[in-house]
Design a binder for this molecule. Structure first.
Ligand code: GRF
Length: 203
């Protein structure tokens, strides 16, 4: 059996991407195992998904820490104490500091619901829809110190249809997110991702 890459998934919200990773791990479509799910929001539905799947969870609230450094240390401890190798941000609503990045150098990835570098930041699907683009999509990328600026691993395109609303577009983009995030994790697991400057070469 192939090595199972130990994952840590950071979440703030509903966790449909987490669910897709859980399902893909379970069905052995990806050679990975989620060791811990960590949240900054105790009401995140993603935590319920993790619990139902029997995955350990940890919650760290910003208000319980005096500094951002201590707050992030709590996340780092949860990840390292569970032996996490690859950190997957899945609807995690915080910027990762350079200190955090250093601990998991080139081992933090994120999913963004737009074709980067267009429409970084919050509400990307709405931004794209209201801009009037004809094609949008989603992007899995390595995380760097910027907001949604790291080297791109995979993208999927989604056409904007004549009768689309921001909501319907968002739903179709989400379907693609659930496809490409596990695929990117599997490429990592197979050791096929090589970062060369801004480029991620898939070997
Ligand atoms: C997704 O659209 C993801 O691209 C963005 O946040 C959303 C999270 O959704 N980063 P979910 O919690 O995985 O359902």
């Amino acid at each position: 059996m192939a090595r199972q890459v130990p994952l840590g998934v950071l979440v703030s919200g509903s966790g449909t991407n987490l669910q897709s990773i859980i399902d893909n791990c379970r069905s052995h479509r990806i050679d990975a195992e989620i060791r811990v799910v960590v949240s900054d929001n105790r009401d995140a539905y993603a935590l319920k998904r993790a619990e139902s799947a029997g995955i350990p969870t940890a919650i760290h609230l910003r208000k319980d820490y005096t500094s951002r450094r201590d707050f992030e240390s709590a996340f780092i401890n949860s990840l390292t104490s569970h032996g996490v190798e690859l950190v997957c941000l899945a609807g995690f609503m915080r910027i990762i500091s350079p200190d955090f990045l250093k601990v998991f150098s080139n081992r933090i990835i994120n999913i963004h619901p737009a074709l980067l570098p267009s429409f970084p930041g919050l509400h990307a699907q709405e931004q794209a829809f209201h801009y009037g683009v004809k094609v949008s999509g989603c992007t899995v990328h390595f995380v760097d110190a910027g907001t949604d600026t790291g080297p791109i691993i995979l993208q999927a395109t989604v056409p904007v249809l004549e009768h689309d609303t921001a909501e319907s577009l968002k739903a179709r983009i989400l379907e693609q997110e659930h496809q490409i995030y596990p695929r990117a994790i599997q490429l990592y697991a197979e050791g096929r991702l090589e970062i060369q400057g801004r480029h991620v070469v898939v070997k």
